[in-house]
Design a protein around this ligand. Structure first.
Ligand SMILES: N[C@@H](CCC(=O)N[C@@H](CS)C(=O)NCC(=O)O)C(=O)O
Length: 158
């Protein structure tokens, strides 16, 4: 396993904290975002999203979401348990994870990207996703994504 890491990023940090709590050491490679190392063709071949963290498995499989990485490791090494033992504990972990991401982290990141680091203004994306009900099944739950457009943030240079 190899962890592509970004010292300054909160998502990579989340994985580092998680691994430290588990007492697991994973070989890692630092990627320097300020030098654009996460946007090189080589890195985009590993993660086309250009984001960190990335966990590369020994067979070349990559996981590119911090929580997915933590959950994968949790399944491999369940102790000490960090995702909850019973349904209620698991739901609470999930609840706080979602709150931290959506209510706290997302607004902070947007502010940071728009006001602190000008390099992000052109790649600051607001997604517009149109969902349509699945015509074949008639289900409103089984939605199909009609379109996904990444737009520069309002006021950003195009
Ligand atoms: N949802 C992803 C988000 C990953 C993400 O946005 N990482 C940031 C660092 S915290 C990044 O790599 N930014 C680099 C860039 O936007 O160029 C996760 O949790 O892993």
């Amino acid at each position: 396993m190899k962890l592509y890491d970004l010292k300054a990023g909160m998502n990579p940090r989340r994985v580092r904290i998680y691994l430290a709590e588990k007492g697991i050491e994973v070989p890692s490679e630092a990627v320097d975002m300020m030098k654009g190392e996460n946007r090189t063709p080589e890195f985009l071949r590993i993660n086309p999203l250009g984001t960190l963290p990335v966990l590369e498995l020994d067979d070349g499989t990559v996981l590119t979401e911090s929580v997915a990485i933590c959950r994968y490791v949790e399944a491999l090494k369940p102790e000490p348990n960090l995702f909850g033992r019973d349904p209620l504990e698991q739901a609470r972990v999930e609840m706080w994870n979602r709150r931290a991401e959506i209510e706290l982290m997302r607004p902070l990141v947007e502010q940071f990207r728009q006001q602190v680091l000008p390099m992000f203004t052109t790649r600051n994306v607001v997604s517009t996703t149109t969902c349509i009900p699945n015509q074949e099944s008639g289900s409103l739950i089984d939605l199909k994504f009609d379109s996904f457009t990444a737009l520069p943030a309002a006021g950003a240079a195009r």
